[in-house]
Write a protein of this length. Structure first.
Length: 131
C-alpha cells in the first residue's frame, strides 16, 4: 500500500508545515510587539505635545503679569528702574594674586638640582641626535 518513500515524504511535509506554522506565529508575535511599541511612542509624543501646550499657556506674559499684580504683596516685587541697571564698570574686579614659583624646586624628573653631568652633556643616548 504505502511505500517507505511515501511515508518519509509525508513526514517531511508534516514537519515543513509545522515549521512554517511556528515561524508564522513567531512573526505575528514580533509584529504585535512592534505595534505595541509604536502605540506607546505615539502616546508619549502626544503627551509631550500636550505638556508643551500647557507650558506655553502657563508662561504667557499677560498671565504672568496678572499673577504678579495679584500676589504683589506676597512676592514683594517692584518694577525695575533705569538707575538700577548697571554696567561692567560697576562690577568690582576680583583681586589678582600671582605666586612666585621660580623660587620653589620643581621636583620629580624635572628637578636637576646639581645632579647633572659636569661637562654639560646628557648621559642618556636615545639615538635621535648625534652627540
Amino acid at each position: 500500500m504505502f511505500r517507505t518513500s511515501d511515508i518519509v515524504l509525508i513526514a517531511v511535509m508534516v514537519s515543513a508545515a509545522a515549521l512554517t506554522y511556528k515561524t508564522k506565529r513567531e512573526a505575528e508575535d514580533q509584529l504585535a510587539a512592534v505595534q505595541k511599541l509604536q502605540a506607546q511612542i505615539r502616546y508619549e509624543e502626544d503627551t509631550i505635545d500636550l505638556l508643551k501646550a500647557d507650558w506655553s499657556l502657563l508662561t504667557q506674559p499677560a498671565r504672568l503679569q496678572k499673577l504678579a499684580e495679584i500676589y504683589k504683596s506676597q512676592l514683594g516685587l517692584e518694577p525695575l528702574n533705569a538707575h538700577q541697571i548697571g554696567g561692567l564698570d560697576d562690577v568690582p574686579m576680583k583681586p589678582l594674586n600671582i605666586e612666585d614659583l621660580s623660587s620653589q624646586p620643581l621636583g620629580g624628573i624635572a628637578d636637576n638640582s646639581g645632579k647633572g653631568p659636569s661637562d654639560g652633556k646628557d648621559p642618556v643616548v636615545t639615538g635621535s641626535t648625534v652627540q
